[in-house]
Design a protein around this ligand. Structure first.
Ligand code: VG1
Ligand code: CO
Length: 553
C-alpha cells in the first residue's frame, strides 16, 4: 500500500491567486480571501498542494508553519501537517497554539535553514467566520515569496486535479512536543522565545527599562491579535512595564470583532489615549500578524514615512546599528523623508514597488540595512519581513538615548531636514469596474499632463512606476500612477492588491516644506490643494459616489 492517499474531488476546481486587477499584483505573497471562501470544499487544500508542488526543496526539507491565531488557523495547520507528510517533508516546525507572528516566522526560517514557511494570516484584515483568512508563502531567505514563485504557484493551481494527503488524527498544539506523521517529524516549539532572544541581541534592554521606569508610561495595543504573547513577555516581563501596559493581549479568533489594523481609524482606543489623554508618554500598536506598527507620542501621531526617516537618522542609538547603515530603501508611495536623511548620511537610498518582497534582494545582497513602507511597515536586515515590535523597541531605544518625548524628537527632526507632509486616502470596497475605469482613464491622461499646473505647482513627470531590481535586473512595471510636481510634491494612485471586497483605491499625497517653512500645519490642511486637484482630475467623488475616503492615514 502506498504511504499517501490521493483525494481527487478537485477536478476542475481552480483557485485564483491574483486580485481582480490582472495588472496589479497582490501586496502580499500568497492568497487572501474571505474565511467563507477558504471553507469551500478543497479550496485551501488546492492552494497548499500548489505550494508543495512548486516550492523548491520540499522532499526532505524543513518547513516553518504558524499563524496569527485567527479563525481557521488550527484547521489549516492540521491540514498542512498531513499534506506536508504526504509530500515528503522531513520536518515541520510549528508553535504552541499555532501562534507565530510574521517576523518571528521569518526568523525561524532563517535560524533552522528551512526551505521556507507558511504563515496563516490575512494580516491587517478582520478575522472570524465572517472575516478574512490568508496563506502567506515565504522562501528560504525568510522573506515573502518573490513574484517568480507566486506566479508559478498560481500557474500550478490552474491545472490541479488532485492533491496528496494522509489520514492522521490532529496533533495537539497545546504544549511543547515532538511527534511524527509517518516519516515526518512535527516539532511544536514556543513561537515567542527565539524572537525575544533576537530582540535582546539588537537592543539595550537595560537602557530602555531604566528610561520607561522613570515616569515614561507606555501603552501597547495588540488589538487581540498575534503580538499579545510577544508584547507581554517583552514589555511587561523583560522591560518591567506595569501589568496592563499591553492591552487586548490575548489572541482571539475574531480579534474581538475589531479590525487589527494599527492606524488612527482602527486603533482608535489607543489613539484617543495618547492624543486626547495625559496618562501615557508613548503608545504603539501592531497588526494581525505583527509586522506593522503605529507609533504615537503624547498628542503626537508619527507618520510611518517619518518613522523610517527618524529610525535612519538615529540608528546609531541602537547597539545593532551602531556601526552605521549600508543603505536604506522605501516603497515608491512612501514619502521621501528618508531620502533626505540618506543623502545627509551619504548612504544609498532605493525606491521599490509596494510590497515587502521587493526589499528581499537588497537585504540579501547587503545593500540596505533598514527599509520601510508608508503602510505602517518598518524593518531591517535582522529578518526578511517588516517587524512591528522591533520598530517599537527601536523607537523606545532612541527615546531612551535622547531622553526626550516623541513630539520633541519629531520637531527636532523637521527642523533639521524639513517636513514631508503626507497622507494616504483609501476608498474601500468600491466596485471593481468603477475602480478600474477610473484608474485606466487617468493612466491614459498621463502623457497630456506634463507642464500643467497642479496644486500650486506644475507637473514635471507623470507615469506608471516601473522598477528594475538593482540586484538581478528583473523588471516590475505598472506599479502605480505617479504625478510628480516641480516643487517636489507627489500624488500617487494605486489599486490595492490585498483587499477582499471589491476594489480599494489608494491616493498617496505628499508635500515638502523646508526646515525654515511652516512645520506645524495639520497634514490634511497642508495637502488640501493636492487633495482637491486630484479629486477633480481623477473624478474620484464623481465616479465612486463617495464624498470622503473610508480611511485617512
Ligand atoms: C498593502 C500595503 C503594502 C503592504 C501590503 C501587505 O498592500 O499598501 O504596503 O506591503 O499591504 O501588508 P496593498 O496592495 O493593499 O496596497 V501586510 O501587513 O499583509 O503583510
Ligand atoms: Co501584516
Amino acid at each position: 500500500m502506498s504511504n499517501s492517499a490521493f483525494s481527487s474531488p478537485t477536478s476542475g476546481y481552480k483557485v485564483a491567486l491574483n486580485s481582480p486587477f490582472t495588472d496589479q499584483k497582490p501586496g502580499t505573497s500568497g492568497l487572501r480571501k474571505s474565511s467563507k471562501q477558504f471553507e469551500e470544499c478543497n479550496y485551501l487544500e488546492s492552494f497548499i498542494e500548489a505550494i508543495f508542488r512548486t516550492l523548491p526543496g520540499v522532499n526532505g526539507g524543513i518547513l516553518v508553519v504558524g499563524g496569527d491565531g485567527r479563525y481557521g488557523n488550527r484547521r489549516a495547520i492540521d491540514l498542512i501537517l498531513r499534506m506536508g507528510a504526504a509530500h515528503g517533508l522531513s520536518k515541520i516546525i510549528t508553535t504552541v497554539n499555532g501562534i507565530l507572528s510574521t517576523p518571528a516566522a521569518s526568523h525561524l526560517i532563517r535560524k533552522h535553514n528551512a526551505i521556507g514557511g507558511i504563515i496563516l494570516s490575512a494580516s491587517h484584515n478582520s478575522g472570524g467566520p465572517d472575516g478574512d483568512f490568508g496563506v502567506k508563502v515565504n522562501g528560504a531567505n525568510g522573506g515573502p515569496a518573490p513574484e517568480s514563485l507566486t506566479d508559478a504557484i498560481y500557474a500550478c493551481t490552474q491545472t490541479l486535479e488532485e492533491y496528496k494527503t494522509i489520514d492522521h488524527p490532529p496533533i495537539l498544539l497545546d504544549s511543547l512536543g515532538q511527534y511524527s506523521i509517518r516519516s515526518m517529524i512535527v516539532e511544536v516549539i514556543d513561537g515567542v522565545e527565539d524572537y525575544i532572544s533576537l530582540m535582546q541581541k539588537l537592543f539595550d534592554f537595560d537602557q530602555i527599562r531604566l528610561f520607561i521606569s522613570d515616569n515614561f508610561p507606555i501603552a501597547f495595543d495588540s488589538l487581540n491579535a498575534v503580538t499579545g504573547p510577544y508584547a507581554r513577555r517583552l514589555f511587561e516581563g523583560l522591560l518591567k512595564a506595569p501589568l496592563g501596559t499591553v492591552r487586548n493581549g490575548i489572541p482571539l479568533e475574531d480579534f474581538g470583532g475589531c479590525h487589527p489594523d494599527p492606524n488612527l481609524t482602527y486603533a482608535k482606543e489607543l489613539a484617543d489615549l495618547l492624543l486626547k489623554g495625559n496618562d501615557y508618554c508613548f503608545g504603539a500598536a501592531c497588526d494581525g500578524d505583527g509586522d506593522r506598527n503605529m507609533i504615537l507620542g503624547r498628542g503626537c501621531f508619527v507618520n510611518p514615512s517619518d518613522s523610517l526617516a527618524v529610525l535612519t537618522a538615529n540608528a546609531n542609538c541602537a547597539p545593532a546599528y551602531k556601526k552605521g547603515l549600508s543603505g536604506v530603501a522605501r516603497s515608491m508611495p512612501t514619502s521621501a523623508a528618508v531620502d533626505v536623511v540618506a543623502k545627509d548620511l551619504d548612504i544609498a537610498c532605493f525606491e521599490t514597488p509596494t510590497g515587502w518582497k521587493f526589499f528581499g534582494n537588497l537585504l540579501d545582497a547587503g545593500q540596505i540595512t533598514l527599509c520601510g513602507e508608508e503602510s505602517f511597515g518598518t524593518g531591517s536586515n535582522h529578518v526578511r519581513e517588516k517587524d512591528g515590535i522591533w520598530a517599537v523597541l527601536f523607537w523606545l531605544q532612541i527615546l531612551s538615548e535622547k531622553k526626550c518625548s516623541v513630539t520633541d524628537l519629531m520637531s527636532q527632526h523637521w527642523r533639521r531636514y524639513g517636513r514631508h507632509y503626507y497622507s494616504r486616502h483609501d476608498y474601500e470596497a468600491i466596485s471593481s469596474e468603477i475602480a478600474l475605469e477610473l484608474y485606466e482613464r487617468l493612466e491614459l491622461m498621463l502623457p497630456t499632463l506634463l507642464g500643467k499646473s497642479f496644486g500650486g505647482s506644475s507637473i514635471s513627470c507623470a507615469d506608471n512606476f516601473s522598477y528594475i531590481d538593482p540586484v538581478n535586473a528583473s523588471v516590475t512595471d505598472k506599479q502605480g500612477l505617479r504625478i510628480l510636481l516641480e516643487d517636489g510634491s507627489r500624488v500617487i494612485l494605486r489599486l490595492s492588491g490585498t483587499g477582499t471586497k471589491g476594489s480599494t483605491l489608494r491616493i498617496y499625497l505628499e508635500r515638502y516644506v523646508s526646515s525654515n517653512g511652516n512645520l506645524n500645519q495639520n497634514p490634511q490642511e497642508a495637502l488640501a490643494d493636492l487633495i482637491k486637484q486630484i479629486d477633480s482630475l481623477a473624478e474620484i467623488t464623481h465616479r465612486t459616489g463617495m464624498k470622503k475616503p473610508t480611511v485617512i492615514t
